[in-house]
Design a binder for this molecule. Structure first.
Ligand SMILES: NC(=O)c1ccc[n+]([C@@H]2O[C@H](COP(=O)([O-])OP(=O)(O)OC[C@H]3O[C@@H](n4cnc5c(N)ncnc54)[C@H](O)[C@@H]3O)[C@@H](O)[C@H]2O)c1
Length: 395
């Protein structure tokens, strides 16, 4: 095991800050088995954002280019947390320079680029350099708990999955133009939040074998240019110059999983739903539901009592559920849990793998770039279905 690992995060935006904080927290989670984690650099072309994040999260410096990070001898591990269309160039450059890379989802903005990245990651892994992708919701204790209930037979075989990831960051026509609104149909809400939902669907119900009924819709067709830099979903001041929205605000599709059927719906114009990843999975012996707005609990229905007394029960998450025992500073039942904690578990899992800790003594590994390609194949099939009046597209 190395004595220490130097860490950098490229992108100081909304999710970049979550990665920066997560590497800071990683050594404080669970037993002290990691080498020393050095917080070295935040890379962002916007020096103001880079500097602010470096100071806030205690990184030694900030860099204005990803190349500076690729060339730095004191950096071993890099998170890539920038616009999807920029992932390929940066990730391939970092892997070629021997940096272990944790890339944000979706792997890229095009399947072609994603496949090239997976090829590069396989070659890099043969040289001992890791490329992984952060599907953060697999780290959510409630979602991981429901998966366990399916896999250990408590719920039995899934029969029907119904999932939505509704967000409202684009519901105002005044929300400024940003990279999220540019790219081919399917690169909008479907790629942004549909990537998470499709991943969660497969995490619980197994591989999607075909999709149908694909629908993509652009509800707001033009957006004003911002007067300054936009971070994440911020509503900054805008000019009176508009540019067309190129991709989808709303998407829906049906999924044929290996064992069951599912309906999935995503939106970035769902007023009142800032960040609502919600699903219900109906199984042979009961059902479970999760709602990101109440991340510290799941709903569980088991068809085992008399019908007159049966119903969904609220299960508050605690140390008997995945990730929580030792994974929160105060890991008592009912202390609460949030999405930022999941970034901590993700960072910890990646650092454990890079440090060479055996899988049996680590958190579940991060997903591979091949899994990132698989996720994009599902999204691509939905876009193909939508372009062909909802036809069935096999995977
Ligand atoms: N896992 C999650 O829950 C989650 C949540 C949000 C975003 N994301 C993903 O994270 C990525 C970034 O999203 P975001 O919302 O943080 O974006 P953002 O727009 O808030 O931030 C992107 C940052 O990248 C910087 N940047 C642009 N070009 C750059 C370059 N060439 N080199 C270095 N920095 C550059 C920008 O200045 C900005 O600060 C996307 O892939 C997105 O899908 C994941």
């Amino acid at each position: 095991m190395p004595e220490s690992l130097g860490v950098a995060v490229i992108g100081a935006g909304m999710a970049g800050k979550a990665h920066a904080a997560a590497y800071r927290a990683a050594s404080t989670l669970y037993r002290p088995t990691l080498p020393e984690i050095r917080l070295v650099s935040i890379g962002d072309v916007n020096a103001e954002f880079g500097q602010a994040a470096a100071r806030r999260f205690g990184y030694e410096r900030h860099d204005a280019s990803w190349q500076a990070i690729a060339e730095a001898d004191d950096i071993d591990v890099v998170s890539v947390v920038i616009a999807n269309s920029l992932h390929r160039e940066v990730v391939e450059g970092l892997l070629a320079a021997g940096k272990h890379v944790l890339c944000e989802k979706p792997l890229s903005d095009s399947l072609k680029d994603a496949r090239a990245m997976a090829d590069a990651a396989r070659s890099a892994e043969a040289r001992g350099t890791l490329g992984r992708i952060g599907f953060t919701f697999r780290r959510t204790p409630g979602i991981a708990a429901i998966r366990e209930l399916i896999q250990n037979g408590t719920l039995g075989r899934p029969l029907h999955f119904s999932g939505r990831y509704w967000t409202d960051y684009g519901c105002s026509p005044d929300a400024p133009m940003s990279w999220r609104y540019k790219g081919a149909l399917g690169s909008g809400a479907l790629a942004d939040v549909g990537s998470h939902l499709a991943y969660v669907g497969e995490f619980l119900c197994g591989e999607i074998q075909a999709v149908s009924g694909g629908q993509l819709s652009t509800a707001i067709t033009k957006r004003p240019l911002p007067l300054g830099a936009v971070m994440g979903h911020d509503h900054t001041a805008v000019s009176d110059t508009f540019e067309p929205v190129e991709n989808d605000d709303v998407a829906s599709f049906s999924a044929e999983f290996a064992q069951c059927i599912g309906s999935l719906s995503v939106s970035r114009v769902a007023a009142g739903h800032a960040n609502s990843l919600m699903f219900e999975v109906f199984c042979e012996k009961g059902a479970a539901l999760f709602d990101q707005r109440r991340p510290s609990e799941i709903g569980l229905f088991l068809s085992d009592g008399p019908a007159s007394e049966n119903g969904y029960r609220q299960v508050i998450l605690g140390p008997d559920h995945p990730y929580i025992a030792g994974g929160l500073a105060m890991d008592a039942p009912s202390v609460g849990f949030g999405q930022n904690d999941a970034f901590g578990y993700q960072a910890r899992a990646f650092l454990e793998e890079v440090a060479g800790l055996p899988e049996s003594e680590s958190l579940p590994r991060c997903a591979t770039f091949d899994e990132g390609v698989r996720n994009m194949e599902v999204l691509d099939a939905v876009a193909e279905s939508a372009q062909n009046n909802g036809k069935r597209v096999a995977l």
